[in-house]
Design a protein around this ligand. Structure first.
Ligand code: 5RP
Length: 266
């Protein structure tokens, strides 16, 4: 189906003309509370906004902590209703209606799906309904293939299944994790894929290598959080990630850039 202008326009604000994107994920508080280094959202987010192609957050942090004259496109998280100390992270519902995303001038909405859990049906139907509503108003939908606390679920077989289901239900962009045999995930998913960074990796080089591999194996970009803003040098970190995503830098070149930017700061 030919996309309407509004839908195309919104997607083009997220995925840049080179077909790539660096999304900044700062929505963690919606189930984790005041996550380390994101305790005061404005302090963490504001300095990074100029280097992000879009920012993914909840309506509460958007209204309380982001200036309304920002030019960074907003990807609004619209699912939630669970917490890290609750019974199941998978038991999510829709927290924010699409009319509010329109009022907030969002460039896209994002929600999680929890395939293989007792709550898969409700989260998959939420995705489907959000796509139906999104299609009628020109709002793209990003589906996050969430794994809850079960980080070991991040293998190609599971992620390929989740990503394909998300695409089949109409997601315009899918966010997943990088894994061994990632090409299997990419091949089975007919819409653009971005990767989350996951928990902070041991070294910067680990994050650069993961970004590089994901891009070279077919992801259009990253929707990265902790590996950027939990680093002691978040601006050099996001700039180095950008160099891989947009400027064809190798992990070594990105690391050299990171080191030189970090040096200049001191
Ligand atoms: C949680 C999310 C987060 O935005 C996602 O995990 C990205 O952040 P990080 O790079 O820190 O993993 O969608 O469900």
């Amino acid at each position: 189906m030919e996309m309407d202008w509004g839908m195309k326009n919104r997607i083009s604000r997220i995925i840049q003309p080179d077909g790539r994107t660096v999304m900044l994920a700062v929505d963690h508080g919606y189930f984790l509370g005041p996550t380390s280094k994101l305790e005061v959202p404005r302090k963490t987010i504001e300095p990074l906004l100029p280097y992000a192609d879009s920012v993914m957050l909840t309506r509460g942090v958007l209204r309380s902590s982001i200036r309304a004259d920002t030019s960074t496109p907003i990807v609004l998280r619209v699912s939630g209703g669970t917490s890290v100390i609750g019974e199941s992270l998978a038991n999510e519902g829709i927290t924010t209606p699409i009319v509010e995303a329109l009022r907030l001038n969002a460039a896209a909405v994002a929600l999680s799906i929890f395939v293989g859990t007792p709550h898969e049906r409700q989260t998959l139907l939420s995705l489907s309904n959000m796509v139906t509503e999104g299609q009628s108003v020109g709002m793209p939908v990003l589906a996050v293939t969430a794994v809850g606390k079960e980080l070991e679920k991040r293998d190609a077989r599971y992620l390929a299944l989740s990503c394909r289901i998300a695409a089949e239900l109409g997601a315009h962009v899918v966010k997943t994790y990088y894994c061994d045999n990632f090409t299997k995930v990419v091949e089975g998913c007919p819409v653009p894929l971005v990767i989350a960074g996951g928990p902070k990796l041991e070294t910067e080089m680990d994050a650069f290598k993961m970004t590089y591999s994901a891009i070279h194996e077919g992801a259009v970009g990253v929707d990265m959080g902790r590996n950027i803003w939990q680093n002691d040098n978040p601006i050099p970190m996001i700039k180095a990630v950008r160099s891989i995503v947009h400027d064809k830098a190798t992990p070594k070149e990105a690391f050299d850039l990171f080191k030189s930017l970090k040096g200049k700061k001191k």
